[in-house]
Design a protein around this ligand. Structure first.
Ligand SMILES: Nc1ncnc2c1ncn2[C@@H]1O[C@H](COP(=O)(O)O)[C@@H](O)[C@H]1OP(=O)(O)O
Ligand SMILES: [Mg+2]
Ligand SMILES: [Mg+2]
Ligand SMILES: [Mg+2]
Length: 412
């Protein structure tokens, strides 16, 4: 029996014998099918058949889905957001920085970037319910004293749309607030969800250093595509200086789709080239990335681990998921992140970076060696600490991490 079942934005065709008679109609609106309650066109469905369908659907998602359209939209949205952020960073004024209730800084660029990406993605896929898990919300912006800031954000969003030829679109302040608040989705293991950090590394952004616009797509709990726009990351390696190449372009865009590898192009639009993590097997030759901000990751612990591994090079400290991008093209071999105990990692801080590295041949895990699980809502549920490297180095890195954590604990 041939049937068609919806998977997220797609309808796929199944040529599989089903044990009981099932009548499946093509989903007329192509809406995502997230739960049984959203299968109104699927009737006479027995539990065993539902289980079979889910299994077939899962296999198809993993094996052969194409997310080309979503990837194109994500690249466009992240590139435009990068343009908006660059403009703000160039003209950074005191008034452009607010403090959120959790005391972390947030700028007109964080809000503007989230509004722009949210607006573009929803517009690109009008026939599907839009789900976005994103960092910012409009709570503080709706306060009376934020009127001027909201005005500035709205202006910035509209000016950026014009630079991409969208002259006929003008968002109102209310449209901007709504686009920002579209990011309140809880994500989870079913259906498709966009995941966005509109500016990852706000501290770096404010310092004039590294930051990233990080956008990913989850399908049935798995990251299936990711885009990292890194406006201040040189296009050439930041660690290996090849004298014969005079490459001084700044602005790197990384993108990856499940099963299709990782590519990089310059933010001003050079053709994409495929990238790979380093092939280094000897930890002594490895160099490692970590946070610039000591408050975000223990520099003491990483230096203990580096000593144990025999790493000779000093740490490369940069802000944001630009670290994942740099790792994916072999600028360094290891990324270590050890936040203070109790810090809860958010999915938008790792989803895009994770797939960019994974599709370039790398691996990521928590300090217990568990893979990162993006299906549990807005937070990653993990044993505090994330380590990323190539397949060859992971066993010795994990061993050194676990030994070092034990040593530090027993020294207390
Ligand atoms: N106390 C903290 N510990 C760890 N990470 C943090 C902390 N506060 C904010 N972050 C987040 O860490 C990430 C940047 O860390 P780093 O640049 O060191 O890799 C960002 O996602 C940042 O959020 P944000 O997106 O608001 O910048
Ligand atoms: Mg933040
Ligand atoms: Mg972040
Ligand atoms: Mg952020």
């Amino acid at each position: 029996m041939n049937v068609s079942i919806g998977v997220g934005h797609h309808v796929i065709h199944v040529h599989a014998p089903l044990t009981r008679g099932v009548l499946v109609h093509r989903n007329p609106t192509n809406t995502p099918l997230n739960s049984q309650s959203k299968f109104p066109f699927l009737f006479s469905l027995s539990l065993s058949t539902a289980t079979q369908l889910r299994a077939v659907r899962g296999a198809r998602v993993a094996a052969s889905m194409s997310y080309d359209k979503q990837l194109a939209a994500a690249k466009k949205a992240a590139s435009l957001a990068a343009r908006l952020c660059q403009k703000v960073q160039t003209a950074l004024l005191q008034s452009d920085v607010q403090s959120k209730s959790d005391q972390s800084p947030v700028t007109v660029a964080d809000y503007g970037s989230q509004a722009l990406v949210s607006f573009i993605l929803e517009k690109e896929f009008p026939s599907v319910p839009f789900s976005l898990v994103a960092e910012e919300d409009s709570g503080d912006l709706r306060k009376e004293e934020s009127g001027e800031t909201l005005h500035r954000i709205t202006e910035l969003v509209n000016e950026t749309l014009v630079t991409d030829g969208m002259n006929d679109i003008s968002l109102s302040k209310e449209d901007v607030l709504k686009a920002i608040d579209n990011g309140k989705s809880e994500g989870g293991p079913h259906g498709q969800h966009w995941v966005l950090d509109p500016i990852d590394g706000t501290k770096g952004f404010l310092r004039g250093d590294q930051y990233a616009i990080a956008l990913a797509l989850l399908d049935e709990g798995k990251v299936v595509l990711g885009v990292l726009a890194c406006p201040n990351l040189p296009f050439a390696s930041i660690t290996r200086r090849d004298q014969s190449i005079s490459e001084d372009r700044v602005g790197s865009l990384f993108f990856a789709q499940v099963g299709a590898g990782t590519y990089m192009q310059s933010l001003d639009g050079s053709p994409p080239t495929k990238v790979h993590v380093t092939a280094i097997e000897n930890p002594e030759e490895a160099s490692f990335f970590e946070s610039y901000e000591a408050a975000h990751s223990s520099h003491d612990l990483s230096s203990l681990i580096a000593r144990k591994l025999g790493v000779k090079a000093p740490p490369v400290r940069i802000d944001s998921q630009a670290k994942y991008g740099a790792l994916s093209r072999g600028d360094g071999a290891i990324y270590m992140r050890f936040p203070r105990k109790g810090y809860r990692e958010k999915i938008w801080d790792h989803a895009a970076g994770y797939i960019v590295v994974a599709e370039a041949g790398g691996v990521a895990s928590d300090v217990a060696g568990n893979p990162l699980d993006f299906s549990r809502g807005r937070y990653l549920d993990l044993d505090t600490g994330i380590i990323v490297t190539n397949q060859k180095l992971m066993p010795s890195l994990l061993k050194a991490v676990q030994e070092s954590i034990k040593e530090k604990a027993s020294a207390l």
